[in-house]
Design a protein around this ligand. Structure first.
Ligand code: OOG
Ligand code: NI
Length: 407
């Protein structure tokens, strides 16, 4: 009889499969992963409390972008077969430089499942109902384009639902299922309709990337590093220039909180284009990038308020100490961060994302911002709206951290 493969094993296999595919597509990713591993083996002594070397080395997050709520619902069903559930709602339209998407992250929600394999995917949906970005005419055409494309084979989604219900599948089925899921996120070789892509690019580079093509793809795959400043230096030494900024909290002498991220722009990638006269030519697009992240302790709602206050300063590093004490014990005692059973030796690691950083990551890799018009937002996007559309509960990250801290 064939062995039963658990959902966490499928998740691990999915993460490895995406990693192989993305590494073949974006060669600098291999350099990033190599440098990350070097930095991690150097720093694991100091940062062991934030995760075993084994977990951190295997750890990745991906990012994908879809066009409609029904595509997002299919993603939710697909990822449920990997034990990845929607957590958090991120509205990137509210960022300082707005991006026309609303997002969630699919990830394991149980500490044991995270320990087995912590793979997560930040997933964004184009906010076509927001008239500040899309006027009625463009919205109608975008929606018509999206309605006629098919991102996922219905058989793949049906199979995913069965696997989710059964909590796994046989070894033979696993290989086929994971391979099909991975290939749904490959960069397409299908020619891109050039006039359509250009029209959307003029409105928003993100709109063009999402709704200008007939498929979706993995936008980036991000390894986790234990010291992001060290990584930044080491990458530069290898001749790969990261963007100057590190998104998120500044480097501090005290415990690192939440999430710090940085990225490098991927090189232009070969794509094929179909012109108005029907002729197909070779061209290039620069839409994907490399990203790396460092994770720290999860903050409570009170800690998050302090964080937002510190980050609203022109120089967060300069004022950090006014908002945060310098030790885990003091963070725990002040109720600012989560620790298992309240024990400052056991920080609860932040497993989610930061909206301002996410918008910054989107932006830092685009040639232009979205063009918007003034006016009211009469779209009704919200966490509840999204949950209803995808038919899955969207978990509140704080409730999950609370449960880990005080089981
Ligand atoms: C997602 C950007 C957000 C992160 O790590 O904050 C993100 C995207 O570019 O599609 O991945
Ligand atoms: Ni990312």
């Amino acid at each position: 009889m064939s062995r039963h493969v658990e959902t966490w094993q499928l998740r691990a296999q999915f993460a490895v499969g995406l990693s192989q595919m993305y590494g073949a597509e974006v060669p600098a990713y291999h350099t990033l992963v190599d440098v990350t591993s070097e930095v991690n083996s150097t720093f694991v002594g100091a940062e062991q409390r934030l995760g075993s070397l084994e977990r951190v080395t295997a750890e990745r997050h991906g990012a994908i972008r879809v066009g409609t709520a029904s595509e997002l619902a299919q993603v939710a069903d697909l990822f449920s077969a990997f034990g990845m559930y929607p957590v958090g709602y991120y509205d990137l339209r509210e960022a300082t430089s707005p991006v026309p998407v609303v997002s969630t992250a699919f990830r394991p929600i149980d500490p044991d499942e995270l320990a087995c394999n912590p793979f997560r995917v930040f997933t964004s949906m184009l906010a076509t109902a927001d008239r500040r970005f899309f006027d009625a005419d463009l919205r109608a055409r975008v929606q018509a384009f999206l309605a006629q494309r098919r991102l996922f084979d219905p058989a793949l989604i049906a199979r995913a639902r069965q696997i989710a219900t059964a909590g796994g599948c046989s070894t033979e089925d696993a290989d086929e299922f994971v391979a099909a899921a991975v290939s749904a996120f490959a960069l397409s070789r299908e020619p891109i309709d050039l006039p359509w892509y250009q029209e959307l690019s003029a409105v928003s580079a993100v709109a063009a990337d999402i709704a200008g093509v007939g498929t979706t793809h993995i936008n980036h795959l991000t390894p986790r590093v234990l010291d992001i400043d060290e990584l930044h230096r080491a990458m530069a030494a290898r001749g790969i220039a990261m963007i100057d900024d590190i998104q998120g909290p500044p480097r501090t002498d005290g415990p690192q909180v939440l999430l710090r991220q940085t990225s490098f722009r991927a090189l232009a990638e070969p794509r094929r284009f179909r012109s108005a006269d029907g002729s197909v030519t070779d061209g290039t697009l620069r839409v994907r990038f490399g990203e790396v992240e460092q994770r720290g302790v999860a903050l409570t709602p009170l800690g998050r308020q302090r964080f937002d206050a510190a980050m609203s300063s022109p120089d967060p590093a300069a004022v950090w100490e006014q908002h945060f004490p310098a030790t885990d014990a003091k963070l725990a005692a002040a109720g600012l961060a989560y620790y298992r059973g309240g024990d400052p030796a056991e920080p609860v690691v932040y497993e989610d994302f930061l909206p301002a950083s996410a918008a910054g990551i989107f932006r830092s890799n685009l040639d232009s911002d979205a063009s918007t018009t003034e006016g009211p937002d009469d779209s009704d996007y919200s966490r509840q709206w999204m949950a209803g559309q995808i038919g899955h509960h969207i978990h509140d990250p704080y409730e999950l951290y609370e449960k880990v801290a005080c089981p």
